[in-house]
Design a protein around this ligand. Structure first.
Ligand code: ADP
Length: 496
């Protein structure tokens, strides 16, 4: 096996900074690749929210010169690395761009920071410059989502003649096509990129008179992956799933593949999870029953043994199908179940959920916050976990739910379709799956789950089947490795 030097560039990683699934993946995949013998470095922004001393960050490079518009801006690089062969994390410091408490959204306006285009262009270029200053020439640069999508663009446009990157190949992983990094075209001049990249119709960055960072990455990366096989197909098939980029994706179909995310079971396993009140495993579920009681207590809901408790942990965004829940809630609560929802996002959805909580005080509790411990407690204490997503690139919560014996009820879309097997197949079923994006279809699946919940023996058999599922990172990391290995054996694609 060829030991590869892999540079990963992403805007979040557990445990440093995380807003969603990307952070979970970046917390685990680098380690899984390092365990397979590769030399892995991860570049992240040094956000103000990262607790440097707690994580043991130390200054590595005082000053890295990063071309920025017409001049040069300096970044300070801090690092953390265990020296036992694990990945090294490098943090790009620039107090004006990253010394903030939020990653992407300005708390003062509730909207994206107005300089996100500059912040992440700078970050992408700083990642390349950091590798150079470290004199560490990567075989593979693996970039994630729009925030790092300009890395392959800069590489081809500005480092094409640089021998340092001569044997370097790029892979872009799309974690969610719904976020593309769209900016006004008049910001192009600040990017220090050749004009033709912004030409109407032909420019890689151009997208209906705007700049689209993700599109440019899709055009320029050597290979593209997304986080499940179904999602890789879906995004090429329709306008809705492709979010306007289906044509660009279809053009790259030979280079596009799906690799499902794994789970870091050192964080998400009820047998070892220190964030839950009582640990448990499939041969002894008493800890789950006690966790359920504690969760209901925390939620201020009455304890009703015969009413299943449904959990949701989710961004409150139309992607996640929360509109189906709101629309169907009266019929849902007729089924005598209870529900705990943890999430943040759209203010309008917050208000609707609070109104419903007032209406159903014994059945619904919403927590409108980002709370990692509570997310674990909900996984452990709930009987069922609901994900009625409109689209779902991979979804991690259903994978966590399976391990916690919390039966997922999911829509058959993207990674949900690839990872949950409907109970209609009683031999292998691990959850309840519905096809159509309608309240009726969702309620029908919930009803089937509630019916089975009353048949306690069948329910515990289902829980045990679910808990046996293994989505550990090793299989997924092996697939990334195979992709990287085959890519590293090809000549670097000619650069424009
Ligand atoms: P996405 O990345 O689309 O938000 P995923 O299911 O892939 O969805 O991953 C979501 C991750 O973020 C999970 O680890 C989940 O527990 C976590 N998460 C989402 N919302 C919250 C919240 N309000 N509090 C705590 N954790 C959350």
């Amino acid at each position: 096996m060829n030991r590869l030097k892999i540079l990963m560039v992403a805007s979040e990683a557990e445990p440093y900074a995380r807003t969603g699934g990307l952070g979970d993946v970046m917390g685990a995949l680098p380690g899984a690749l390092a365990e397979r013998g590769h030399d892995v470095k991860v570049v992240l922004p040094r956000y103000g929210v990262i607790d440097g001393p707690a994580h043991g960050l130390s200054v590595h490079l005082d000053s890295v010169a990063v071309p920025d518009g017409d001049g040069v801006t300096h970044a300070m690089i801090e690092r953390v690395g265990d020296h036992s062969g694990g990945p090294e994390f490098l943090f790009v410091g620039h107090s004006e761009y990253f010394g903030r408490r939020q990653l992407y959204v300005d708390p003062a306006t509730g909207k994206d920071f107005v300089d996100n285009d500059q912040r992440f262009a700078f970050f992408s270029r700083a990642a390349l410059e950091t590798a150079k200053v470290l004199n560490w020439s990567p075989d593979i640069i693996h970039v994630h989502d729009w925030q790092a999508a300009l890395v392959p663009v800069y590489l081809k446009a500005r480092y094409a003649d640089d021998d340092f990157f001569a044997n370097c190949h790029t892979v872009l992983t799309i974690h969610n096509l719904g976020y593309q990094g769209l900016f006004d075209s008049d910001r192009f001049d600040d990017l220090d990129l050749p004009d033709e990249l912004a030409y109407a119709a032909t420019g890689a960055l151009e997208f209906y008179d705007q700049l689209n960072y993700l599109k440019a990455g899709i055009v320029m990366a050597d290979k593209i992956t997304t986080v499940s096989e179904s999602y890789a197909q879906e995004i090429q098939s329709t306008e809705e799933f492709g979010c306007g980029l289906q044509g660009v994706l279809t053009d790259r179909t030979d280079d596009l593949s799906g690799i499902v995310n794994g789970v870091d079971y050192s964080i998400w396993s009820p047998r070892t999870d220190k964030k839950i009140p009582h640990r448990y495993w499939s041969a002894n579920l008493s800890g789950k029953r006690m966790s359920r009681v504690e969760l209901l207590g925390k939620a201020g809901l009455p304890i009703r043994d015969r009413s299943p408790l449904i959990g949701m942990v989710t961004r409150l965004d139309t992607q996640k199908g929360i509109d189906l829940v709101i629309e169907g809630i009266a019929r849902l609560f007729k089924m005598k179940l209870q529900m705990v929802i943890l999430g943040t996002g759209d203010e309008g959805i917050h208000q609707q959920l609070l109104d419903l909580q007032k209406k159903y005080p014994d059945q619904l509790r919403v927590f409108l916050e980002f709370n990692d411990v509570l997310a674990h407690e909900i996984q452990a204490g709930s009987d069922m976990f609901l994900m009625p997503s409109r689209y779902e690139p991979c979804g991690l919560n259903q994978l966590y739910a399976l391990k916690y014996g919390t039966i997922p009820i999911v829509r058959a879309v993207g990674g949900l379709a690839d990872t949950v097997i409907d109970y209609r197949d009683t031999q292998t079923g691990t959850g309840f799956v519905f096809e159509d994006y309608t309240t009726e279809a969702m309620l029908e699946a919930i009803e089937r789950a509630v019916d089975l919940y009353a048949r306690r023996q069948d329910w515990s058999r289902l829980m045990k089947t679910a808990m046996k599922c293994d989505f550990s990172w090793s299989a997924s990391a092996a697939r990334y490795e195979a992709l990287f290995q085959s890519l590293s054996q090809t000549n670097s694609v000619a650069r424009p």
